[in-house]
Design a protein around this ligand. Structure first.
Ligand code: ADP
Ligand code: MG
Length: 341
C-alpha cells in the first residue's frame, strides 16, 4: 500500500484509543473541560454505566457559535498557543484532542451558550464523515455535552466494556477524585436518574470539608494533617491513621497542581514514609495535594495525563517522604490521639 495521509475521522478514532478507554475516561475529559471553562456547577447524568449515554451540563463560559465546529476538531484548543504556554500550563486540558476523539467513537451533541450570546447553538456529529450541523436551541448560559452510544462504531473497543455496575464504579471514582481537588465546585452525579453523589460547593480552600464529603467524616477526623513548604513546593495532606489502613485501597488520592495523579514517584514517597514511621503498611489511605511551580513539572507525559515528570524528581520525592514521615511519627499528638481512639 502506498503511504497516504489518514482521513481525519480515522486519525481521530486512532487517537481515541489512547484517550477514550472507557466511559469513565469520557467523563474525566468532559469534567476537566468544564473546570477549565470556570464552571461552578457540573451535573453528570449517566445511563447504563455510560454505555448508553453520558450527559454533562455546566455553567461555564460556553463556546461561541463560530467555534463549535472547531471545538470538535483535532488539535483545536483555546488553552495554549505557544510552547511557552505549555511550559507554564495551569489548565487541565491543552491537547485539543478529547472532543475530537470522543465524537469519533460516539454520537455526540454539543450545546452551548456563552453569556454574551443571545441564542444557544447545538452541534451534532456522528457517522461517516465529520460534517457538523448547527441548530438554534433553548439552553441556559453554559454547555451541555451529550455522548450517546459510546463505541457504537468500534466493536473491538465495545467488547471491552464491562458490566454497567463496573463502568459506573469507574465513573464514580473519577468524580470523587476530581471533586477532591475542586471544593468550590458543585458536582451532581446521577445514574439511571438516581442521584448517586451530590458534593455541594464550599470555600475553595476548604479541602477538609470536601474530603469529608468524598471520603467520609471519619477519615478526616482520624487523619493526620500536615502542611509544609520547601523551595516553592507546597504539600498539604490528610494521612489515614492505622484504623483505616487495611480497608482503604480506594482512598489513595494525590494531586499535582489540582490534577489527579497516579504518579509512581508520589506513591513511592508516601509508601516509604508510612513504612519508615510504622513498619510495613500495605495500603495507606491518604489525600495529598502537591503544588509546584508549573515550569518545574511536565504534564505532557501521558495522553490521559495520569503521570507527570518533575524536573527535580529526587527533591520532590524526598520532600514528600520526609514531610509525611515526620507527620506520622507516633510522638505527634494528633497521630497518637487518633491511634488511641
Ligand atoms: P482541550 O481541553 O485539550 O483544549 P478538548 O477537545 O477537550 O481540548 O476541547 C476543545 C476546546 O473546546 C477547548 O479548548 C475549549 O475551548 C472548548 N470546550 C470544551 N468543553 C468546553 C466546556 N464545557 N465549556 C467551554 N468550552 C469548552
Ligand atoms: Mg479537554
Amino acid at each position: 500500500m502506498p503511504i497516504q495521509l489518514l482521513p481525519p475521522r480515522l486519525a481521530n478514532q486512532i487517537a481515541a484509543g489512547e484517550v477514550v478507554e472507557r466511559p469513565a475516561s469520557v467523563v474525566k475529559e468532559l469534567v476537566e473541560n468544564s473546570l477549565d471553562a470556570g464552571a461552578s456547577k457540573i451535573e453528570i447524568d449517566i445511563e447504563k454505566g455510560g454505555h448508553k449515554r453520558i450527559r454533562l451540563r455546566d455553567n461555564g463560559c460556553g463556546i461561541d457559535k463560530q467555534e463549535l465546529e472547531l471545538a470538535l476538531s483535532r488539535h483545536a484548543t483555546s488553552k495554549i498557543s505557544t510552547l511557552d504556554d505549555l511550559e507554564q500550563i495551569l489548565s487541565l486540558g491543552f491537547r485539543g484532542e478529547a472532543l475530537a476523539s470522543i465524537s469519533s467513537v460516539s454520537r455526540l451533541t454539543l450545546t452551548s451558550k456563552p453569556a454574551s450570546q443571545a441564542q444557544a447553538w447545538q452541534a451534532h456529529c456522528e457517522g461517516r464523515e465529520m460534517a457538523v450541523k448547527l441548530n438554534p436551541v433553548a439552553h441556559p448560559d453554559g454547555t451541555t455535552i451529550d455522548v450517546a452510544d459510546l463505541f457504537y462504531n468500534t466493536p473491538a473497543r465495545r467488547k471491552f466494556l464491562r458490566a454497567e455496575k463496573t463502568e459506573f464504579q469507574h465513573i464514580d471514582d473519577v468524580i470523587r477524585r476530581i471533586a477532591l481537588s475542586h471544593p468550590e465546585v458543585t458536582f451532581i452525579l446521577r445514574h439511571n436518574d438516581k442521584v448517586m453523589r451530590r458534593f455541594l460547593a464550599v470555600d475553595k480552600t476548604d479541602f477538609a470539608a470536601r474530603i469529608a464529603a468524598v471520603a467520609g467524616q471519619k477519615f478526616v477526623r482520624n487523619a493526620v494533617y500536615c502542611h509544609s513548604e520547601y523551595h516553592g513546593i507546597t504539600l498539604e495532606a490528610w494521612l489515614g491513621n492505622e484504623h483505616v489502613l487495611r480497608s482503604s485501597t480506594d482512598c489513595q488520592f494525590s494531586f499535582v497542581n489540582g490534577r489527579g495523579m497516579r504518579d509512581k514517584l508520589i506513591l513511592h514517597a508516601i509508601r516509604q514514609a508510612y513504612e519508615s514511621a510504622w513498619g510495613t503498611v500495605e495500603q495507606p489511605a491518604f489525600v495529598v495535594y502537591l503544588t509546584v511551580p508549573p515550569s518545574d513539572v511536565d504534564v505532557n507525559v501521558h495522553p490521559a495525563k495520569h503521570e507527570v515528570r518533575f524536573q527535580q524528581s529526587r527533591l520532590v520525592h524526598d520532600f514528600i517522604s520526609k514531610t509525611v514521615a515526620d507527620a506520622l511519627q507516633p510522638q505527634s499528638d494528633y497521630a497518637s490521639a487518633g491511634a488511641a481512639e
